[in-house]
Design a protein around this ligand. Structure first.
Ligand code: F6P
Length: 528
């Protein structure tokens, strides 16, 4: 086994630390450079990253790239694509890229894996289309109008987020609902409006042992039976998605309604697998394939773009700079598109469950900060809630703004849709600029004077009304919120998280921390 070099011992890490120790101009000064916007931006497919508002200069940017090279981040990415068992504590490969790259003529993970993926995908999409098209029937012969997905964590957040994000592609025949919480009210408030005869329940669980999901599944089964679905006809109303097909079968799901996946798909990376079934039912196979294609395009970019033009790597390095050198403990995800309402929660699991680690791959304790606290929600709403702390509180909170340049709300449905879009984008641009530039005491005093305030009030209010600024942010733009672009956006973050783990030298694909609570709940249940 080769000796592991800790990040702190890397030459490039030390030179970054030296740069961080030097005073640096305020973003308001840096942004006066007319070349800056051009220098700190890059594109990948239909996504565009503007990182001109990060607290970096060209020297730091090249040092960060050198850190990526010294840490062999892209070499580690190729090991993942080859199917090396990089999830070493579980002895597993990590192949979510295979789920969207099964059409490649010579896939790095081998044809056998691609064949398995293709077989399940074909079967799952054919099944999904019967719901999307409104041709799937329940036991009375009536069409299924509602699908209820029962799952939690990675078996919920991805399809739930994407189903809302792709509302423009939603089927007119079927509504898809998601229930993750075992509190009875969660299931009750979804089921109370539904008719068992026209409802399909999908039990989504990689392990098929998760207590919360099985509680929901048993309760939903009972609701179907009590609601008049004969036991012998339950097959028309229950489907399952799991890597433990035997357990789904034992639960009583018909073999033709069970869609499998594999231990090399992590829960939080599983939306591309059969876990995407409820999403595919809602948007149809064509849109689901476009979603996969967008992710695959980002994979190709990630595996082939050089270090200085590699978008996931850039996001990761900027995050490392903010986390380890500017010492920012949190990271805000702020989409300015209502359909991305669940995006921050989804990325929160992906990032925090992956990089919330304190032990390095060589078993030693880490000597650097690792994954930040990732949080967020819709930008415009956040402006009227927690943005105050970001503007004037004591933490520096780096932000990822996410914006969609084109408006696609049907104008026949909402004639003023273009005006809505204008307001949303205006606010995104204003917040990014206000956070970066702030307003110093001089400008604040001037603006108060201009508003006609007395010198006494100017002196009294200026300290309260000046804004420090210098808050670093990215803006990730996409031209339209399509299945393809959403696929690219998710894959962008997946690879970002991977790259950060590669720099920090931690395992991104296990989650031993969450296992203890599960074990304890089981032990308490059995009275141990
Ligand atoms: O408890 C965390 C977790 O293990 C996640 O990693 C996973 O996505 C979720 O639980 C659900 O697990 P399952 O799909 O096996 O029910």
């Amino acid at each position: 086994m080769t000796t592991f070099i800790s990040p702190q011992q890397r030459v490039t890490w030390q030179s970054l630390q030296a740069s961080a120790n030097q005073p640096m101009a305020h973003l308001r000064e840096l942004l006066k450079d007319p070349q800056r916007a051009e220098r700190f931006q890059m594109s990948a497919g239909h996504l565009h990253l503007d990182f001109s508002r990060q607290r970096i200069d060209t020297h730091i940017w090249s040092q960060l790239q050198a850190l990526a090279t010294e840490s062999d981040v892209l070499g580690q990415a190729h090991a993942m694509a080859r199917g090396d068992a990089i999830n070493a504590t579980e002895g597993r490969a990590v192949l979510h890229m295979a789920l969207r790259g099964a059409n490649q003529p010579t896939p790095p993970w081998g044809q056998a894996i691609s064949q398995q993926v293709t077989d399940v995908l074909k079967r799952m999409l054919a099944f999904a289309d019967t719901f999307y098209n409104g041709t799937a029937k329940g036991h009375t012969g009536e069409a299924i109008t509602d699908v209820v997905n029962l799952g939690i964590g990675g078996s919920d957040l991805g399809p739930r987020m994407a189903a809302q994000a792709l509302a423009a592609n939603a089927s007119p025949h079927v509504r898809v609902h998601f229930v993750s919480n075992p509190d009875a009210w969660a299931l009750h408030s979804t089921l109370r409006g539904l008719n068992p005869a026209t409802t399909l329940v999908v039990v989504s669980s990689k392990t098929f042992t998760t207590q919360e999901t099985l509680t929901l599944a048993n309760s939903a089964r009972r609701w179907l039976l009590d609601g008049g679905v004969p036991e012998r006809a339950l097959g028309a109303h229950v489907a399952a998605v799991s890597a433990a097909v035997d357990k789904a079968t034992a639960f009583g799901v018909l073999p033709e309604n069970i869609f499998g996946f594999w231990d090399w798909v992590g829960g939080r990376y599983s939306v591309w697998s059969a876990i995407g079934l409820p999403l595919a039912m809602g948007i149809g196979s064509q849109a689901f394939r476009a979603f996969l294609a967008g992710a695959e395009a980002m994979d190709q970019h990630f595996l082939s773009a050089p270090v200085d033009q590699n978008m996931p790597l850039a996001l990761a390095l900027l995050g490392v700079w903010n986390r380890n050198f500017l010492n920012c403990p949190t990271h805000l995800i702020s989409p300015y598109a209502w359909r991305l309402e669940k995006f921050a929660s989804f990325i929160q699991q992906m990032d925090m469950e992956s990089n919330g680690k304190s032990t390095r791959v060589d078993g030693e304790p880490v000597d650097t900060a690792t994954g930040p606290i990732v949080w967020g929600g819709l930008g415009i709403d956040g402006q009227h809630a927690y943005f105050q702390l970001i503007h004037q509180g004591q933490h520096t909170v780096p932000v990822d703004f996410i914006g969609v340049t084109q408006e696609d709300t049907p104008t026949h449905a909402l004639p003023m849709a273009a005006e809505h879009h204008r307001v949303v984008l205006l606010n995104l641009n204003a917040q990014a600029q206000a956070l970066a530039c702030g307003r110093d005491a001089h400008d604040t005093a001037q603006s108060l004077r201009a508003a006609g305030m007395s010198e006494v009030d100017v002196a009294r209010l200026t300290p309260h009304r000046k804004l420090r600024g210098n808050v670093p942010s990215n803006v990730i733009w996409m031209d339209a919120l399509t299945p393809y672009n959403l696929g690219s956006l998710i894959a962008l973050y997946e690879h970002k998280v991977f790259c950060q783990a590669a720099v920090w030298g931690i395992h991104a694909f296990d989650q031993w921390g969450v296992e203890l609570g599960k074990t304890m709940a089981k032990a308490m249940e059995s009275g141990a």
